[in-house]
Design a protein around this ligand. Structure first.
Ligand code: SAH
Length: 225
């Protein structure tokens, strides 16, 4: 039963990748990303009351007014990072910890920041319980990144920002990739891919229209008004 729900979810992701490929440039995702999607039990990251919907291709509420992202979007964002086994990746917006768990199966080390302490605590405990040892979760405002652990091969922001946070661009390695939904709360946002070239110049590309919960905080960001 569980197996068939997971298989259906994978099939839906594959179909959606094929349908959006003209926009995203990716008609199918890396097999390692799909293996991670197959292996991480999404039902363990959603509230028990809505467990029957855990493998639907929808975002779901996780408390505190926040959501776990749609599986297709999680797969797309992970794939856009071109993740590799030795990579160190920073995630902003731990939420349920699901995206962090997916990343932890395809890269070497995941650092994840969550601004709501209760969510950070719950996600860290859940990840530990499920045996994800290469994920570190911290309560902090993602606008400042995680300077002590920088630089990163990839940075993934899972809340909608109104702009590209400067500190995050600084903490990206040359050759690294950053994926972020940019736009205003309540509106459709644009999922953007930022590639920092070997000379340190950032090149930005619009990928797809998306809807994310807003990135909050930002008051202490260097250069913020
Ligand atoms: N990646 C999550 C889903 C994220 S929902 C998952 O897999 O479940 C977006 C999350 O970003 C929310 O939990 C929200 O509290 C968090 N968030 C919003 N603004 C933030 C900020 N400035 N820094 C860190 N986390 C933030």
């Amino acid at each position: 039963m569980l197996r068939s729900r997971v298989q259906t979810m994978l099939q839906v992701i594959e179909n959606e990748a094929a349908l959006t490929g003209r926009l995203t440039g990716r008609f199918r995702f890396d097999p390692l990303v799909m293996q991670a999607m197959a292996g991480v039990p999404r039902d363990r990251f959603v509230p028990a009351a809505i467990n029957d919907q855990a493998f639907d291709n929808n975002p779901l509420p996780i408390g505190e007014g926040q959501t776990i992202s749609q599986p297709f979007i999680v797969a797309l964002m992970t794939d856009l990072l071109d993740p590799q086994a030795g990579h160190r990746v920073l995630e902003i917006g731990t939420g349920s910890g699901y995206q962090a768990a997916i990343l932890s199966r395809v890269v070497g080390q995941v650092y994840s920041l969550e601004i709501i302490p209760a969510l950070a605590k719950r996600a860290a405990a859940g990840l530990r319980r499920l045996g994800y040892r290469n994920v570190e979760v911290k309560t902090a405002d993602g606008h400042v990144g995680w300077p002590e652990q920088a630089p990163f091969d990839g940075i993934l922001i899972t809340a909608a920002a109104t702009h590209l946070p400067k500190a995050l661009l600084t903490q990206l390695k040359p050759g690294g990739r950053l994926v972020i939904p940019v736009g205003f709360p309540g509106q459709r946002q644009e999922l953007m891919l930022v590639e920092k070239d070997p000379a340190g110049i950032c090149h930005t590309q619009n990928i797809l229209g998306v809807v994310f919960v807003p990135m909050t905080g930002g008051e202490t960001e260097a250069g913020a008004a």
